[in-house]
Design a protein around this ligand. Structure first.
Ligand code: NAP
Length: 351
């Protein structure tokens, strides 16, 4: 049981990110003082929307300079904090060098932040943004899990530097967090494991692979057909609520899968057609797996990824998030329609 004193500042890494934007809003709306270590605190243009959020809310925000790969750089921003929320980590599917671009910032970054937590006597709780990717790598992994369903009990064992390196980065980072946590007794660790996050961003800057995935639905990339991929989806505002509750519910503990519904690409396309009609080239059919195996490698998609993910059912257990964090999931059709509308408003789809 941990009670966080809300008159103390709260430190959040990656405040400029898509998921963190809504978490920062929750903290500011609750009147908290937010310590935000960011890579470029001098970039007034990039931080403008966060400052506007703070101006409208009872809370305040203060920036510090830090980088996941710079040892000790988070220490100053942690001073006097009882709560640390660690969200910063690259979420990119296509990288040149997976070790440099994904594993190092995820793993070394987690180590860096938690070593500073160990040195900061005031910290009582750390909330870590992990991912369902630390629980399962490929959809096919589920065939090996009890009831063919992922729960907080499992760990991803199929991802590697060469295969699903983002998922590998999240697995290594979360394991490291538990390892560091288990060596001490002062602070507790509460982990959030979201599936694919969608919904309108707080930030006007387009970041996160979430945008790219939903953008593909309307930019013509899938107009010839979509792969039969089934996956879990959750609204970004539910993910923020989960972080907030994980931070302040005294009895919160362990990992939490965050997933509203399981859908495939054609279900999402239908939600978009319901609102936007035929105005965009939404996918209309699934491409056969043999064809994907043929053309995938030409688009930079490896055959192993297609083989182990296309055509399998995704199933995760979200009951702990509802029972322990009190999450009542928002509907996914609204989340994707609002997300898409935001992209239209930002001029993402050039006509
Ligand atoms: P995002 O918008 O790209 O945010 C990533 C954040 O990490 C940014 O604030 C970025 O800062 C920061 N960052 C990256 N490299 C850094 C470095 N070397 N030093 C300091 N900060 C660094 O992505 P997101 O989707 O919000 O992801 C946030 C977290 O949610 C990640 O841990 C991700 O794994 C997790 N997650 C996301 C999803 C999803 O579907 N979006 C699902 C499950 C889990 P800059 O602004 O300086 O680049």
């Amino acid at each position: 049981m941990v009670n966080i004193n809300t008159s103390k500042p709260v430190m959040i890494t990656g405040a400029t990110g898509y998921v963190a934007g809504w978490v920062v809003k929750r903290l500011l709306d609750a009147g908290l003082t937010v310590h935000a270590p960011v890579r470029d605190p001098e970039n007034a243009e990039k931080l403008k929307y966060l400052n506007e959020l703070a101006e409208k809310a009872p809370g305040t925000i203060k920036y510090f300079k830090a980088d996941l790969l710079e040892k000790g750089s988070y220490e100053e921003s942690m001073t006097d904090c009882e709560l640390v929320i660690h969200t910063a980590s690259p979420f990119i599917n296509r990288v040149k060098d997976p070790q440099r671009d994904l594993i190092d910032p995820a793993l070394e970054g987690t180590r860096n932040v938690l070593e500073s937590v160990n040195k900061t006597e005031t910290v009582k709780r750390v909330v870590l943004t992990s991912s369902v990717a630390a629980i399962m790598g490929d959809t096919m992994d589920l065939l090996e899990y009890p009831n063919k369903m992922a729960t907080e009990e499992q760990w991803n064992t199929s991802s590697s530097l060469d295969h699903q390196p983002y998922s590998y980065s999240k697995t290594l980072a979360e394991k490291e967090a538990w390892k560091i946590h288990n060596k001490q007794e002062r602070w507790d660790l509460v982990v959030i494991n979201p599936v694919l996050v969608i919904g309108p961003g707080i930030s006007p800057n387009i970041t996160s692979e979430s945008f790219n995935i939903v953008k593909m639905m309307g930019d013509g990339s899938l107009k010839m057909g979509a792969p039969a991929l089934n996956f879990g989806i959750v609204d970004v505002r539910d993910v923020a609520d989960a972080h907030y509750n994980a931070a302040f519910m005294p009895e919160a503990s362990g990992r939490h899968i965050l997933s509203a519904e399981n859908k495939d690409i054609l279900d999402l396309a239908q939600y978009l057609k319901d609102k936007f009609g035929e105005a965009y080239p939404f996918p209309k059919k699934n491409l056969p797996k043999w064809l994907l195996m043929l053309v995938g490698p030409m688009q930079g998609i490896k055959r192993k990824m297609i083989k182990r993910n296309v055509g399998y059912l995704w199933l995760v257990d979200n009951s702990k998030s509802k029972e322990k964090l009190g999450i009542e999931y928002r509907p996914i059709d609204v989340a994707i329609q609002e997300f898409f509308q935001q992209m239209i408003d930002q001029g993402v789809f050039k006509k």
